[in-house]
Design a protein around this ligand. Sequence first.
Ligand code: GUN
Length: 300
Amino acid sequence: MTAKIIDGKHFAEDLRGRIAGHVARLKAAHGITPGLAVVIVGEDPASQVYVSSKAKQTAEVGMNSFKHELPADTPEADLLALIQQLNADPAVHGILVQMPVPKHIDPNKVIEAIDPAKDVDCFTPANVGKVQIGLPGPVSCTPLGCLMLLRDELVSLEGKHAVIIGRSNLVGKPMAQLLLRDNCTVTVAHSRTKDLADVVRQADIVVAAVGRPQMIKGDWIKPGAVVVDVGINRIPAPEKGEGKTRLVGDVDTQAAAKVASAITPVPGGVGPMTIACLLANTITTASLMSGLTPPGDLTA
Ligand code: GUN
């Protein structure tokens, strides 16, 4: 078998097109222009790239984009004061503070300062709880993107055995909740799991989110399984020249693609979905803040 390569870049473009349509309808019918505030503290180059990309895509779908760049030595109290100001601003429907924040700032204090109604990352305890019990609200962006790709590929996830490798608050745990809600049988494996290869061999759906380059081998994949690779790891690529690098996922894609029915590539799989889902969450929060039902195609 040669797996279908799931084109996350194309899916994300299509999703952004639908989001632009929802923005236009919110403006025309309700006079609401959704607004997303992105806050970055410090000059980490990777974070700068992410934040610029988020701001650009926010503007492209017709939303208001508010970018706040603070110096690395910003006192925690100043960041918390900015969050309070954004919480109170009616033009802001979503607030994202790019993580990681500098070491002198407590990320938990930052997360707890964000009004859950504007928490488009779904980091606050209130929104994590809502996902767990199935109430409407924002959903963690990367797991939401994975879910959209899986639903598109499989139509129904009911009764499938999903094995998630990784138990992070950002991906593994919310992914498990979402797949349970879609009636999968869910196993969450992690670094202490015994006989990991045998556990993964039982999976109809594999979600790899461990952050270890090409750790999931081709012979761990059950024939016909669907593989979603969340990993983004930079490894040396001497074949491209001295000192060059390339991006790989957590799965040995080439080997797994010989066995799986479908697989997400790295790059171009899950990655592009994350920012698109951030925009989807901003439509969700803008709708809920205005007493409207969020569009069903943008949420879990
Ligand atoms: N840093 C890396 N990914 C993310 C994300 O999804 N949200 C935030 N706030 N920071 C990040």
